[in-house]
Design a protein around this ligand. Structure first.
Ligand SMILES: [Zn+2]
Length: 119
């Protein structure tokens, strides 16, 4: 499935979701443009142990199966959030749930930074 929607600048996207506690903005590599996927993509939830993954191919974002998916199984991918002023707790129920929808490397970096600040 392709993650489609209007392509906006990051600033336009931020303004569009300024007072929302959620966004459907998908950041693209090597550009400040984002895709506002407020549409079919909104039905794909986050999981820390997802059955799908995203890939950007020639400027288009695809949600691809990581493994065989059973009929009626919910499609999920790891949001790997990297930008936001809000908490994004995860309750996906996976054994490997990290309790946040933020990127695990970013989360680790923030924890290191937070520990450094406390010293
Ligand atoms: Zn989780």
């Amino acid at each position: 499935m392709e993650y489609t929607g209007p392509r906006l600048t990051q600033k336009q996207g931020d303004l569009r979701y300024e007072n929302c506690h959620y966004t459907y903005l998908f950041g693209l590599r090597n550009t400040t443009r984002v895709i506002d996927g407020h549409g079919i993509a909104a039905f794909i939830n986050h999981s820390c142990d997802p059955n799908c993954e995203t890939d950007e191919i020639e400027g288009r974002v695809w949600i691809l199966a990581r493994r065989n998916i059973k009929a009626a199984e919910e499609l999920t991918y790891d949001y790997n959030l990297y930008d936001g002023d809000f908490d994004a707790p995860c309750h996906c129920g996976a054994k490997t749930c990290r309790a946040t929808m933020y990127d695990p490397e970013l989360t680790a970096a923030q924890e290191r930074k937070s520990r450094r600040k406390r010293k």
